[in-house]
Design a protein around this ligand. Structure first.
Ligand SMILES: [Zn+2]
Length: 67
């Protein structure tokens, strides 16, 4: 896939973590929110994506979280 920022070819890979990936955000009123992006009961969490080494950007495919 081509990088939407610079147009160079991106490299496929995956981002790996422990048991959770959590995105922390804050809305306009300063209220903090957490979004569970991925979790694993056994082993580690892996999210596939593409990286651009030129812009240092990651584009990730966020899986459906099984609750
Ligand atoms: Zn780029």
């Amino acid at each position: 896939m081509k990088c939407p920022f610079c147009g160079e070819e991106m490299t496929e890979g995956s981002l790996e973590s422990g048991r959770y990936f959590i995105w922390k955000a804050e809305d306009e009123r300063g209220k903090k929110q957490e979004y569970l992006l991925a979790k694993s009961y056994m082993g580690s969490v892996k999210i596939k994506g593409d990286i651009c080494p030129y812009c240092r950007k990651l584009i990730l495919d966020i899986p459906e979280v099984q609750t």
